[in-house]
Design a protein around this ligand. Structure first.
Ligand SMILES: Cc1cc2nc3c(=O)[nH]c(=O)nc-3n(C[C@H](O)[C@H](O)[C@H](O)COP(=O)(O)O)c2cc1C
Length: 329
């Protein structure tokens, strides 16, 4: 079958989703314009190219408003964002006219801005600009660089990934008898919520495995007929239901303890839909019906990041050069 982009059968959306499976970091690429003002945008197309000479590259959409500036610049810098810098990524992925007023930065070797708190940075002289379809490839010769021990921000399938959360989860589970494992699951039509006698809750269990164990998250999902991929850990926190909830009949699994929430996707549904299953569009979450305050605030954060397009799959959409919303496979 002809899968070339020119053919009618080329699945452009599927192509974007396939590219989204490649885990990357998140960078901010910056330069100083001819008038002396800084310019920058968020990019996950950063790649190391050569050790000798030291070369890196980043791809810029021709539709980006800063394309003209970067296609002409003699110098640029790449800041590799730390995992607490999702907001910085959001600022530089936006069309805001005062991006640099919203973040802390400094100039180093070339004068191009470096983000304060970045996990690493590379200060470059432009080595070559290569035309590449709806993007250009900006190759930089590294003149100066630095790195810190802070954990970098990850990006995969249109969502940010906090790698250190997995370590936190392992440590916390080992230290806690009462782990509680839940999931924010996206379904084609929205988020999976469950009707309980206390209101709507996220699917959760006393532990993660196994599907044969009705008290585990996998067991709960199996009973609901949901086949889910749990992609990454979204949150790890200590809970105190007596403090978090003002009713005194907290569930057994809501005892004090560590809570671990995955984010993932429903990839198939088996059998009849269970009566307690509610698939709620992200824009219509009934916040007042969510009985658990900790789950509510975590879900609020998820929806906010999703709305900010933080969870879009950036793969260089030729029309907008911006972000595609996450669609389910
Ligand atoms: C995680 C993430 C990665 C991105 N990667 C790139 C990229 O590699 N190249 C690109 O041209 N745009 C990328 N974008 C989109 C730009 O950041 C976005 O289009 C921005 O508005 C461009 O800024 P400008 O309009 O000021 O040029 C990415 C966005 C996000 C959220």
């Amino acid at each position: 079958m002809d899968h070339s982009p020119q053919s009618d059968t080329f699945d452009a959306q599927g192509f974007r989703r396939a590219l989204g499976a490649f885990v990357t970091g998140v960078t901010v690429v910056t330069t100083i314009q001819a008038d002396g003002t800084p310019r920058g945008f968020t990019a996950n197309s950063f790649t190391s190219v050569s050790l000798d000479p030291p070369l890196v590259l980043v791809c810029i959409a021709k539709s980006a408003s800063s394309y003209g500036v970067f296609s002409q610049t003699s110098h640029f810098a790449v800041s590799v964002l730390a995992e607490d810098q999702k907001d910085v990524s959001g600022v530089f992925a936006s069309k805001s006219t005062d991006k640099f007023a919203q973040v802390a930065w400094q100039a180093r070797a070339t004068g191009a801005p470096i983000m304060h708190g970045a996990a690493a940075h590379f200060d470059c002289a432009t080595h070559e600009v290569v035309d590449a379809g709806d993007h250009i490839i900006l190759l930089g010769r590294v003149l100066d660089f630095a790195h810190t021990g802070v954990s970098p921000l990850g990006y995969c399938r249109g969502a940010y990934v906090n790698f250190s959360l997995s370590q936190d989860a392992i440590a916390a589970t080992a230290a806690s008898e009462h782990a509680h494992v839940g999931a924010i699951l996206e379904h084609t039509d929205g988020i999976v919520l469950l009707e309980t006698k206390d209101g709507l809750r996220l699917p959760r269990g006393a532990r993660l495995e196994s599907a044969d164990d009705p008290k585990s998250l996998r067991g709960v999902l199996a009973r609901l007929g949901l086949v889910a991929h749990l992609d990454f850990i979204f949150a790890v926190f200590e809970s105190n239901p007596r403090r978090d909830q003002d009713h005194d009949h907290a569930h057994d699994e809501d005892r004090d303890g560590v809570r671990i929430f995955y984010r993932g996707r429903v990839v198939a549904q088996r059998g009849m839909s269970a009566p307690e299953l509610h698939i709620v569009p992200l824009s219509q979450v009934p916040w007042d019906a969510l009985s658990d305050p900790a789950e509510r605030s975590m879900l609020e954060r998820y929806v906010k990041e999703r709305h900010e397009d933080a969870f879009g799959v950036y793969v260089g959409d030729s029309e907008a050069g911006t972000v595609q919303t996450l669609a389910l496979a």
